[in-house]
Ligand binder design. Structure first.
Ligand SMILES: [Zn+2]
Length: 111
């Protein structure tokens, strides 16, 4: 699947406590600081847990089955993502994944 989107994984780093966040926030939920700075992530991580979607919402019905994973990023935080994999590849907890893109459907990683 080739879709446009951001090809660099950017996180937000709190200027107050240094905590990293995946999604935009008005303030840091850990310390309340209001300055969050862009932080380039490595784009590397591994599968923390995953599931295979067989019954999808209407918009994704043609894509089943597909995998959704909670990816543990190298930076120590987790992000929910779609996983691109070849049919012969298997999902496994702990398996390394690499960031592909972020688009209006969310984050995409590949095995
Ligand atoms: Zn903070």
């Amino acid at each position: 699947m080739n879709m446009p989107g951001e090809e660099r994984l950017t996180l937000l780093r709190c200027a107050g406590c240094g905590a990293l966040h995946v999604h935009p926030k008005v303030l840091c939920p850990k310390c309340g600081h209001e300055v969050l700075l862009e932080h380039s992530a490595s784009g590397l991580g591994n599968i923390y847990t995953f599931t295979t979607i067989w019954v999808a919402p209407e918009a994704f019905k043609k894509q089943v089955p597909y995998e959704i994973a909670l990816v543990q990023l190298e930076e120590g935080i987790k992000v929910t993502a779609r996983i691109n994999k070849k049919p012969e590849e298997t999902m496994q907890i702990g398996k390394p994944v690499k960031f592909l893109r972020k688009n209006n459907l969310g984050y995409w990683f590949e095995l």
